[in-house]
Ligand binder design. Sequence first.
Ligand code: ADP
Ligand code: ADP
Ligand code: ZN
Length: 212
Amino acid sequence: MNVILFGPPGAGKGTQAGAVCERHGLLQVATGDIFRKNLKEKTELGQLARSFMDKGQLVPDEVVWKLVEDRLAQPDTEAGVLFDGFPRTVTQAELLVGWAESSGRGLSAVVALEVPDDELVARLSGRRTCLSCGATYHVAHNPPSKDGVCDRCGNDVVQRDDDNEVTVRKRLATYHRQTAPVLEWFGERAVRVDGTGAIGAIGARVQAAIGS
Ligand code: ADP
Ligand code: ADP
Ligand code: ZN
């Protein structure tokens, strides 16, 4: 079972991913988290990704696909993957669907979280992230129980460099120009879910979308 959790930056993909993975025994593959891990470890890939991330642009498709393809070759992905933040272009979607067909590993669901832009800006501007485990919080809506400390792993919770209002606006423009067409490309294969309201209520909608 392989699932795509799709949506604009700030839609709640990371927030919802944990429960879905737990329930279905999936491994979360979040391309943004992989880039940030590389950044932290100062790898060449990290430096390259940063030059795009800082500008609110997408990392080139060939770089992203090489990374995802290598990840999917590892045995821990065989039981199923939840893709978070991938695919972000029609080319990436074509490559993934091609892989799903040729490998026989398939694609079971595409769930798209829908949230209006104004709310996305408010969510991203208040977002705090644990750079060790990828957990996300919100200063007002979903703070960690101890200020600045990750509930899940105990490491520091910080504001991402690209979660400032100027870069957030650019990322949303990038989403509308390059990523929203992916949803059209999937057509009826994608199930659209209202991504507003309480986190638990959205989780139930996501669950229903995967089940159907
Ligand atoms: P968000 O949680 O706000 O959606 P991510 O952590 O998924 O952000 O991604 C952060 C940045 O990493 C993106 O703005 C982009 O520059 C880069 N990135 C992540 N995933 C991809 C991808 N699939 N294709 C191209 N660039 C990506
Ligand atoms: P994505 O992975 O899609 O970029 P996140 O899961 O990181 O999005 O969520 C973005 C921000 O919005 C985080 O600060 C998160 O705590 C907050 N958030 C997530 N879901 C909700 C919700 N239903 N209502 C309010 N804030 C939310
Ligand atoms: Zn953590």
